[in-house]
Design a protein around this ligand. Structure first.
Ligand SMILES: Cc1cc2nc3c(=O)[nH]c(=O)nc-3n(C[C@H](O)[C@H](O)[C@H](O)COP(=O)(O)OP(=O)(O)OC[C@H]3O[C@@H](n4cnc5c(N)ncnc54)[C@H](O)[C@@H]3O)c2cc1C
Length: 322
């Protein structure tokens, strides 16, 4: 697999955004693979920012067993990156070497269980979990209404809003490690803190079980409507964005530090600090991933200079620069 990091050279010095095709070799090692494995797949349209290069190979397993089979037979030196609904993600312009895994069919079931519980595959959008709980009269999961990601991203990011976060409602999560081993993590095994999960980075979550409590469907629906209205009034939710760019440092709000450093509306190319909520970066249309990341780093430097505080990226950046 020595050639897996080779970029095909285009004319001039800039590499064309295409990797060598590794899929035939991989498939020959995995005769019973059922999911789709495709070379050089564009990722931009799989993210909210709509920027970035391709995946060297994109794998969409058809079940948890298929995922474990794939990982178990994948060469140990092959990089693996998992993505969810791409709402907290910058894919860099040079694309992502190795295999990108995206869960879809086979991981998109949501079921209500006895005891005010909801079980969901990790490809299920958070909003569908919130809605299933509401319809079943299960309170406690309405906060998911406002988070545009999927359950895999919620587990990894400890996604939260309106005073609640994933760690408050999670009973357990299932996941597959880089060697194909299956694990079940209880809430306490997740190593949760603010927008952070302590489970090893190579684990790909496949399913979650959430605990709610008895609630009135009408009241929960009203709460979800309030969340939608409040979001639309305060965040650029219809823009190409990645949500909150930086974590709130202890005792501070990132947006206030950014505002105080004079960065509201700041631009690099077609990337801009949102005028509406200055912890959001937006792609006005023609931004590259490089523009967005440079803008973010410029904001970090200005905030550091102005307040002495170092902002930490909440948005995950994957892949290589062009
Ligand atoms: C308009 C807007 C508003 C937002 N508001 C909020 C908010 O209020 N609260 C909040 O917490 N977030 C918010 N976000 C950020 C984002 O929606 C959350 O972080 C979400 O949980 C990410 O889920 P995703 O499926 O999009 O993950 P992605 O963005 O695709 O990935 C995020 C991270 O999760 C990992 N990941 C994804 N799936 C899996 C999996 N199956 N197993 C292991 N790791 C996985 C990825 O590797 C990556 O590190 C907002 C984003 C936008 C665009």
């Amino acid at each position: 697999m020595t050639a897996f990091l080779t970029l095909k050279q285009g004319l001039g010095h800039k590499p064309a955004m295409a990797f060598s095709d590794i899929t035939a070799d991989l498939k020959s090692r995995m005769p019973e693979l059922r999911g789709r494995l495709l070379p050089n797949q564009p990722l931009a349209d799989l993210t909210w920012f709509r920027v970035g290069g391709p995946a060297q190979a994109l794998f969409m397993p058809d079940s948890e067993d298929d995922l474990a089979y794939f990982l178990g037979r994948l060469p140990a030196d092959m990089p693996v990156t998992v993505i969810g609904l791409g709402s907290n993600l910058i894919v860099r312009d040079g694309g992502v070497p190795g295999v990108v895994i995206r869960l879809g069919r086979g991981f998109n079931e949501v079921t209500v269980e006895d005891g005010f519980r909801v079980r969901a595959g990790t490809a299920v959008p958070d909003v569908k979990v919130a809605r299933a709980a509401q319809e079943a009269g299960i309170a406690g999961l309405a906060f998911m209404r406002g988070i545009p990601g999927g359950i895999g991203g919620a587990l990894r990011m400890n996604g939260g809003a309106y005073g609640a976060e994933t760690k408050d409602v999670l009973i357990e999560a299932r996941g597959v490690d880089r060697r194909g081993g299956l694990h079940v993590f209880g809430n306490g095994d997740m190593g949760y803190s603010y927008r952070h999960c302590g489970v090893a980075d190579d684990v790909i979550f496949t399913q979650a079980l959430f605990q709610g409590s008895a609630g009135d469907p009408e009241k929960i629906a009203a709460e979800m409507n309030r969340i939608t209205e409040s979001r639309e009034a305060t965040q650029p939710v219809k823009s190409r964005t990645g949500g909150s760019t930086f974590k709130n440092p202890p005792g501070h709000k990132a947006w206030q530090l950014i505002d105080a450093a004079g960065c509201r509306g700041l631009k690099v190319g077609d990337a801009q600090v949102s005028e509406m909520h200055c912890n959001f970066l937006i792609n006005l249309g023609g931004a590259s991933a490089g523009d967005i990341e440079t803008l973010g780093e410029t904001v970090r430097a200005r905030v550091k200079e102005n307040s002495g505080i170092e902002l930490e990226w909440e948005i995950k950046r994957i892949g290589i620069a062009a």
